[in-house]
Design a binder for this molecule. Structure first.
Ligand code: BG6
Length: 321
């Protein structure tokens, strides 16, 4: 069922439907002012923007709440990345190491991607989007590579970012699947799975620190946990659920919540957006850089799944904000 040719029709829905549509598993629509694909399988539904190959929503089977947080101001086609869902940070994470004039988190998150494949089965729906960075202005990025995002929807949401070096020289890059998870109240959330790990504290001059216990939130947090290939669990007392973020091809885990002041400065979080989100990002960032030999491909996958559970308050910092 897989189709492997590149889509050349941009965002035109009838053409996309004719070529890549597989109703009811893969369909295309106009939403948020732009073209999106809707993937439905095994009772779960995801919405993916052609802009940035950005997953905007994923509602797992049997759950009313979305697993992902999306800004109430989400709008496509503004030239700016939409805040929320899963922005793709590539081929660098964070500010560019040399050029303050270059966009933070790379140049693909607000750019149009092309459909490169679609498939459905009883249990899964899949979409592949590609970005050809060989045509990018060398002043912005002087390398030749192709990026691909493959999204699979079923019991879990799986997103793979792959990078193919099509040049004759090695390429070094950093990257992240900048996942905004939706939570009931950030003050009643605990992130587990990073205990005893070393992190770069982006709020303390990139000082290296060690995590002691599970992470709870009562202020801004902006950390790159290094050498952390393992699964992270977001325990959400208010929504009564645990979100598991498993990954491969990723050595870093970014944990970010802007809290009140930075949240206000960002301007697109909504009134209390900081309370309703936490970013757990599968990444290769900080000291974890990927170097690709000519012709080599790197794959980084994040797999998100949700379980309903009854969570005790335990050590959560309830009432502290
Ligand atoms: C996080 C970074 O991944 O993204 C933060 O660790 C940054 O430092 C945040 O502030 C949001 O970035 P942006 O460019 O989407 O506002």
């Amino acid at each position: 069922m897989e189709k492997a040719l590149l889509d050349t029709d941009g965002g035109r829905i009838p053409a996309l439907e004719a070529r890549w549509g597989r109703a009811p598993g893969v369909t295309f629509e106009q939403r948020f002012g732009g073209t999106v694909a809707v993937l439905e399988a095994a009772g779960s539904t995801a919405v993916i923007a052609m802009q940035g190959a950005q997953v905007l929503s994923w509602r797992p089977a049997g759950h009313v709440e979305d697993a992902l947080w999306l800004s109430p101001q989400a709008k496509l086609g503004t030239g700016r990345a939409v805040r929320g869902g899963i922005p793709v940070c590539w081929p660098w994470f964070g500010p560019h190491p040399e050029g303050a004039d270059k966009p933070a988190h790379g140049f693909v998150r607000a750019a149009p991607w092309r459909v490169a494949g679609s498939a459905v089965s009883d249990r899964r729906a899949r979409l592949v989007l590609s970005f050809d960075a060989t045509r990018v202005d060398p002043g912005l990025w002087p390398h030749c590579a192709q990026a691909e995002i493959e999204i699979t929807v079923g019991e879990a949401l799986t997103v793979t970012l792959s990078t193919l070096n099509v040049s004759e020289a090695p390429i070094s890059l950093t990257m992240a699947l900048h996942t905004y998870l939706s939570v009931g109240d950030i003050a009643r959330v605990e992130v587990r799975g990073l205990e005893e790990q070393v992190y770069v504290d982006q709020l303390a001059g990139h000082a290296r620190k060690k995590q002691s216990a599970g992470i709870s939130f009562d202020a801004e947090v902006d950390r790159i946990y290094q050498a952390t290939p393992d699964t992270v669990i977001v325990s959400d007392e208010v929504l009564g659920r645990e979100i598991r973020v498993a990954k491969t091809g990723s050595l870093s885990t970014v944990v970010w919540n802007p809290w009140i002041e930075k949240g206000g400065r960002l301007g697109d979080l909504g009134d209390d957006g900081y309370r309703r989100m936490v970013c757990i990002e599968a990444a290769n960032a900080g000291g974890d850089t990927v170097t690709l030999a000519p012709g080599a491909r790197h794959r980084m996958t994040t797999e998100i799944s949700v379980q309903s559970v009854c969570i005790q308050t335990r050590s959560l910092n309830r009432g502290r904000v």
